[in-house]
Design a binder for this molecule. Structure first.
Ligand code: HEC
Length: 722
């Protein structure tokens, strides 16, 4: 009997150990893709091993899903990281339709078109932007997909694609409400997936320049707003004193957490990366350190209370938003595990903190930076934080020695003479009227794709751009004379609200289209509508009065009759230009005559950094120009957007590059093991999953960002049948 009891107890103990192991088994945690980014830790890691370094070169297309049925009219770029629940994949089309497909075959189960929805119609907000992913919530048989389209958050039944009528109003909530500002002037359009915690979900979003990017929690079941964290603090809240203007919280905008969140579910901590306040490049009207601009904040997920924060750039005037949610990792120090949070940045630094306290895990020094600005009323912050480790993963200084010499002498002389007319130096060189070289560029360094981390080695993988831009500031002369007609008003308003993207001569630059000849394409009514709704990366302008919009369209459409009409709208903005004593002439890359970067290669890189030691383990130029390669020029790297994922099978899988390739890379060495051409650049992060014992990797390819290549395809790869 004694022996029997011992045996029974041992058996029980074994069971407990076995079950205990099973629950905390990292492989179990990482075998699915239930959350965009893999898990709440946002490590982009999968424990699946079927596809490995030996067989990855045999990958074949398993299925292709055309999310817009090959309709090739108007696609924006698709940046969605799809989620896989059981054997169903949920993703978003270029026109932001939500779909469910069989993850093994690509066969559609249902599609939800937000333009048909009742909730959307009742708010007359059609603004369509981008979507980088959706979220899943379940309770028993109640299974829901939560996703945002423009200013609306929807909940859709995951089984049949029908709106959940008990959520908000007919299945949606209007995100422009609940911000303590006049609803008709705000514009919120989250582009990142919401984060779910118990019966709450969290969002902030892309916002208009006069809309604050406060972080909010909503009840999953009702859609009611549960808490709000003011990213521009109110009187009495910590950080309020960091704004010289005590009324900043009433009118300033942005300071938004557009890149999504990571979540420590066990501790109930939400980690939010925040962008800079309005205006991006001129801080003379928002003096001070400006918390919580450019901060990583840790919030109590249940209440929204601030636990700690770290500001990565003080008083930012370089558009150095924190571009991605941080990865939650467990690093090893002196043989002991420390739960940490690793934040990649546009500047090329990786900041690593202890998760509960925010204590830096490598020393960070406040170092003096240039403050000699020629812009009126501007006061730059005298120091900036710089971690001593890891070393930056991109160049942060542009000297003459960094000019591109690989394209021959005449090219070099041209860029050299332009270079000498600009202000240059390190990444904190003050913006100027003569032009300041911005490096790392507005899109990083690291960008919204975020890093991947292998929890078994603590290597962090981050893809990066090394593109220099030129920032030219212009003074917006306050208009003292009377503003008589639509032409005068429209010209000024264009300078205040449109020139930043469409340029002083309306010719656009980079991702922003030329609007010269818009009169051939748009009637007055159509253009007014576009200004209200916005479209993809163009925001809506509900903050403008209808007379102001009318003046702008009269100016753009060159409509002489409308231009002559007496202007009766508000003039304060034009006169005082409250948020814009200075504007800038547009997002201009520093390029050679042929359009290659004026900086020497590499122009894009992929980096592996050891988070335990802070050391760079390997770095490769990432992406290529075929024509340069054919001339025998070593791989130059190329601009890239969207992130990597890493697997226990030893491979890093990544699209991202403008060259339109999808690649598998050896995670230990950086060697390219396999590559294939996508129908359009895969400007998105891939997902890995398994159905019926077979491992798949899937990526959205809709890179209308480059070369006019458009697609609506989701492509899954798998190994051939044995
Ligand atoms: C943040 C950058 C940004 C700002 C500010 C901006 N736009 Fe745009 N605009 C865009 C982008 C991006 C597009 C392309 C939208 C798309 O993908 O369809 C666009 C498209 C347009 C188009 C349509 C072009 C076409 O060929 O169909 C017009 C017209 C236009 N913008 C006018 C304006 C006016 C007027 C303003 C100022 C009130 C303005 N934009 C402010 C980024 C911007």
């Amino acid at each position: 009997m004694f022996i029997k009891t011992i045996a029974a107890i041992s058996f029980l103990l074994l069971m407990i150990i076995f079950l205990g192991c099973k629950n905390s088994d990292p492989n179990h945690l990482y075998a699915e893709w239930r959350i965009a980014g893999g898990t709440n830790e946002l490590t982009h890691y999968s424990s699946l091993t079927q596809i490995d370094t030996n067989n990855v070169n045999q990958l074949q297309v398993a299925w292709v899903y055309h999310s817009e049925k090959n309709d090739s009219t108007q696609f924006g770029s698709m940046q969605c990281n799809p989620i896989i629940i059981g054997n169903i994949l949920y993703g978003v089309s270029p026109k932001l339709k939500l779909f469910a497909i069989d993850a093994a075959t690509g066969i559609q189960q249902w599609q939800f078109d937000p333009t048909d929805s009742i909730a959307n119609k009742s708010w007359h907000r059609k603004s369509v932007n981008m979507n980088r992913g959706v979220a899943y919530w379940e309770e028993g048989n109640d299974k829901r997909i939560i996703y945002t389209v423009g200013s609306v958050a929807y909940e859709v039944n995951a089984d049949n694609g029908k709106l959940i009528p008990s959520f908000g109003k007919n299945g949606g909530i209007n995100l422009n409400l609940g911000l303590d500002r006049n609803e008709s002037t705000v514009f919120v359009a989250p582009t990142s997936p919401v984060t779910v915690y118990k019966n709450l979900f969290f969002l902030s979003g892309m916002v208009g320049d006069e809309t604050p990017g406060h972080i909010r929690a909503f009840d999953v079941k009702t859609g009611k707003q549960q808490w709000i964290f003011h990213t521009i603090p109110y009187p009495g809240e910590p950080g309020y004193e960091t704004w010289e203007d005590s009324t900043a919280y009433k009118y300033l905008g942005s300071t938004n957490s557009w890149a999504g969140f990571s979540l420590d579910k066990k501790r109930g901590i939400l980690f939010a990366p925040i962008g800079n306040p309005t205006n991006d490049f001129y801080g003379g009207q928002r003096l001070g350190k400006g918390l919580y601009g450019n901060c990583l904040v840790a919030l109590d997920a249940a209440t929204g209370k601030l636990l700690w924060h770290f500001q990565t750039v003080h008083h930012d005037v370089w558009d150095m938003d924190l571009p991605a949610a941080p990865a939650l990792v467990t690093i090893m120090r002196d043989g002991k595990p420390i739960d940490a949070v690793a934040q990649t940045t546009k500047t090329g630094f990786v900041f690593i903190f202890e998760r509960e306290t925010g204590k830096p895990l490598f020393p960070i020094e406040e170092r003096p930076v240039a403050t000699n600005t020629s812009l009126n009323k501007e006061k730059l912050w005298p120091t900036q934080p710089m971690p001593l480790l890891p070393k930056p993963f991109v160049r942060q200084v542009f000297t003459e020695g960094d000019l591109n010499t690989i394209l021959g002498d005449s090219n070099f002389q041209d860029i050299k003479s332009r270079y000498s007319s600009y202000r240059s130096g390190n990444m904190f060189t003050p913006p100027s009227k003569e032009g300041t070289i911005i490096l790392p560029g507005y899109d990083g360094g690291g960008e919204w794709g975020g890093p991947a981390v292998d929890p078994t080695t603590n290597l962090l993988y981050v893809n990066a751009n090394e593109m220099a831009w030129v920032l030219n500031m212009v003074e917006n002369k306050p208009d003292k004379k009377s503003i008589r007609n639509n032409l005068e008003a429209g010209t000024s308003l264009y300078g205040l609200y449109c020139m930043g993207c469409h340029g002083p001569e309306q010719r656009g630059a980079g991702d922003y289209p030329s609007i010269v000849g818009a009169d051939k394409k748009y009637t007055n009514e159509k253009l007014l509508e576009l200004l209200s709704t916005g479209r993809r990366m163009m925001p809506g302008f509900n903050n403008l009065a209808k007379e102001e919009k009318q003046a702008i369209t009269a100016f753009i459409l060159n409509d002489k009759n409308l231009q002559k009409k007496i202007y009766t709208g508000p003039v304060e903005k034009i006169r005082k230009a409250p948020t814009a004593l200075y504007g800038f002439t547009g997002y201009n890359k520093f390029l050679t005559k042929e359009g290659y970067p004026a900086i020497s290669p590499p122009w894009g890189t992929l980096n592996a950094i050891n988070l335990n030691t802070g050391e760079l383990v390997w770095k490769i130029p990432f992406g290529e120009f075929k024509e340069l390669k054919e001339k025998g020029i070593p791989t130059t790297g190329r601009e890239n957007y969207g992130g990597p994922l890493v697997t226990a099978g030893g491979v890093l899988l990544i699209g991202a590059s403008a060259d339109g390739k999808f690649r598998a890379i050896n995670k230990r060495t950086g060697a390219i093991l396999w590559e294939t051409d996508l129908p359009a650049p895969g400007v998105a992060t891939p997902s890995v999953y398994e159905v019926s014992g077979k491992q798949y990797v899937v990526i959205a390819c809709g890179g209308s960002k480059w070369g006019g290549k458009k697609s609506d395809a989701y492509i899954a790869f798998a190994l051939p049948k044995k």
